[in-house]
Design a binder for this molecule. Structure first.
Ligand SMILES: Nc1nc2c(ncn2[C@@H]2O[C@H](COP(=O)(O)OP(=O)(O)OP(=O)(O)O)[C@@H](O)[C@H]2O)c(=O)[nH]1
Ligand SMILES: [Mg+2]
Length: 197
């Protein structure tokens, strides 16, 4: 009886766990975003000035509300992008970070995202696109960024997707981004069979 009660208690208190992949071109601000998430939810974070380009990956497990989110921040340099697909099968959600001040590479950014969303392994999982660096005066407007990404609409299908403006550096919009993805992760899981990833 005691074991049954303990089992039930443990089950009720078990926190849902999700894996989220953070992708985007090099210099987009992925690692800065991850450090700011840590600052917002778990206090231990790196000084943004000490962040260097990621060669490989950064992993962080962050408790958000009643869930545990495991973030995989993978290097965005061209030579490293081929490695992104190795993370697809374990991802419950994707956050794609865009440098809003990098007009020259917006098309390259769109191509990189197209490759991601067209991959069967991530079909149907929520994708949040972050128009980062909104603090910069030379940023593009979110509306202009959205128009470019609208070209991908046919590949996004029926999944949840959204473009949100943020500034990882000033932490503006970081909490809203986490809240948006968490709601969609839970909703997507609720619609899936029990063996969901
Ligand atoms: N102004 C401004 N700069 C930012 C912001 N976010 C990141 N940066 C800067 O952009 C540069 C690149 O940031 P990272 O977080 O290293 O970028 P990354 O996407 O992880 O790059 P890779 O690891 O090479 O893939 C750094 O100099 C950051 O300080 C932002 O919101 N505003
Ligand atoms: Mg990085």
């Amino acid at each position: 009886m005691f074991h049954l009660a303990r089992g039930l208690y443990a089950n009720l208190n078990r926190k849902e766990q999700y894996s989220i992949l953070i992708l985007g071109l090099d210099n987009a601000g992925k690692t800065t975003f991850l450090e700011m998430l840590k600052k917002e939810y778990s206090k231990n974070s790196k000084d943004p000035n000490k962040i260097t380009p990621t060669v490989g990956q950064n992993v962080a497990t962050i408790p958000i509300d009643s869930s545990i989110l495991k973030f995989w921040d993978v290097g965005g340099q061209e030579s490293l992008r081929a490695l992104w697909s190795e993370y697809y099968t374990q991802a419950h959600g994707i956050i794609f970070v865009i440098d809003s001040a990098d007009r020259e590479r917006l098309e390259e950014c769109c191509q990189a995202l197209r490759t991601v969303v067209m991959s069967e392994e991530v079909e149907g999982i929520p994708i949040l696109m972050l128009a980062n660096k909104q603090d910069r005066e030379d940023r593009m407007e979110v509306q202009d960024i959205k128009e470019v990404f609208n070209k991908l609409a046919e590949h996004l299908g029926a999944r949840d997707s959204r473009v949100l403006p943020i500034s990882a550096l000033t932490q503006e919009g970081v909490k809203e981004a986490a809240e948006w993805i968490l709601v969609r992760l839970k909703r997507n899981k609720a619609n899936k069979p029990p063996d969901y990833r």
